[in-house]
Design a protein around this ligand. Sequence first.
Ligand code: FPP
Length: 171
Amino acid sequence: MIKNTVPEHIAMIMDGNGRWAKERNLKRTAGHSAGAEVVRNITAHCGNIGVKYLTLYAFSTENWQRPKLEVEFLMKLLEKYLKKEVNVYLENGIRLKAIGDISKFSKSLQKTIKQTEEKTANGKKLTQILALNYGSKSEIVNEFYDKEQFIYDTKTEKWKTKFNPENYKAK
Ligand code: FPP
């Protein structure tokens, strides 16, 4: 029987921000802002329950096709989020790691990402992995399942994975 198992690694594709906003007669951008708040809550919760890695697929290569203003909004939102969040990461032992090709982002956003990674490098509780400008969703999900080994340990009754963030570095 599987009971009280906390996965070592949880991966999520950020989705539904637009639908969430539409249902409330709000602009899509309001949905993205609400999505960022949810990320904050999920990250804190995952850290508290003992999840070690939380991967968030935040911006795919396909997302560049969105209206220019929406893309600009997302870039600003991410930069604002990281700048605001860095102290929360430090206080809570959270390490930030970005994966994907961030070289297409503005210099300022690249710098913010790198600085946040450097400042939080000693975080031991949880690693939050942000997938940014990553390949198509199916591609990345398939890659994840190909690379990971999910083993159920019957003694400890826990799922184990040999997750290695280095596997996901942009080539
Ligand atoms: C998907 O919703 C969401 C995105 C493409 C963007 C998510 C990114 C952010 C909110 C930027 C900040 C990131 C972090 C990690 C704080 P959608 O627009 O596809 O929604 P829909 O499917 O309902 O249209």
